[in-house]
Design a protein around this ligand. Structure first.
Ligand code: DX5
Ligand code: ZN
Length: 220
């Protein structure tokens, strides 16, 4: 079953919970939380206080995408804020193995992601150490960008590798996904679809229902 992880980056931050309330009474199981440091990516989003403030009011899996340098320094803070899964960037960690270990020690699921220009071969050796691999289908940093077609091939390669090696790793795809192009993303082998502007920039409940209608269709 494919799941949707809507990115709260496209919410109205002057009334964040009002947007999140519109996600209730849907099939949604998780939300995607984009944390940016203004250094690893050219944008600053929000930090731990925002995450912990929405934690109590929203019973979703908190799927957090850390676009920050050396996330190892902040793992305890993410845990304290209520994060369930922490996805880190390959390019942002000096010691990736240590960072992965520390996330596990703090009882969070581990996600690993990589910028579009990073060679997929560098990620493959980590697949047996992580819970989720995130394929970036835009340059990380901003919502509302155009989906990069080159990510489809990466999803297919990962799907084959994970299935052939019987690995227990979810494939997530993030950036430029809409109800109008999600079909090919799913067909390539994605487990979790991230969508920001196409959910929180529109009629929120209606969009979530539309995504799940597509996911539930037996043949796409
Ligand atoms: C981009 C973020 C994405 C973004 C997706 O750096 O990682 O999660 O919010 O937004 P859309 O779906 O609008 O491309
Ligand atoms: Zn993201």
């Amino acid at each position: 079953m494919v799941e949707l992880a809507p990115s709260i980056l496209s919410c109205d931050f002057s009334n964040l919970q009002a947007d999140l309330d519109q996600t209730k009474d849907t099939d949604l199981k998780m939300i995607h939380i984009d944390v940016m440091d203004g250094s690893f990516v050219p944008n600053i989003s929000f930090g731990f206080k925002v995450i912990s403030d929405i934690r109590d009011k929203n019973d979703y899996l908190f799927d957090t995408h850390a676009m920050i340098y050396e996330p190892i320094k902040y793992i305890e803070e993410f845990k304290k804020a209520g994060v369930d899964r922490l996805t880190i960037h390959y390019e942002a960690c000096e010691n990736l193995d240590q960072t992965i270990e520390k996330i596990k020690e703090n009882d969070m699921q581990v996600g690993l992601t990589f910028k579009p220009a990073t060679d997929l071969d560098l990620i493959i050796p980590y697949l047996d150490k992580i819970d989720l691999v995130l394929v970036m289908s835009v340059e990380p940093g901003f919502g509302g960008q155009t989906f990069m077609e080159s990510s489809i091939e990466k999803i297919k390669i990962l799907r084959d590798y994970i299935d052939n090696n019987n690995l227990d790793v979810l494939i997530q795809v993030d950036g430029g996904i809409k109800t109008t192009n999600v079909k090919k993303v799913i067909e390539a082998g994605t487990d979790i679809v991230v969508s920001g502007s196409d959910v929180f920039g529109k009629d929120i409940k209606n969009q979530i229902d539309k995504y799940y209608e597509i996911f539930n269709k037996k043949s796409l």
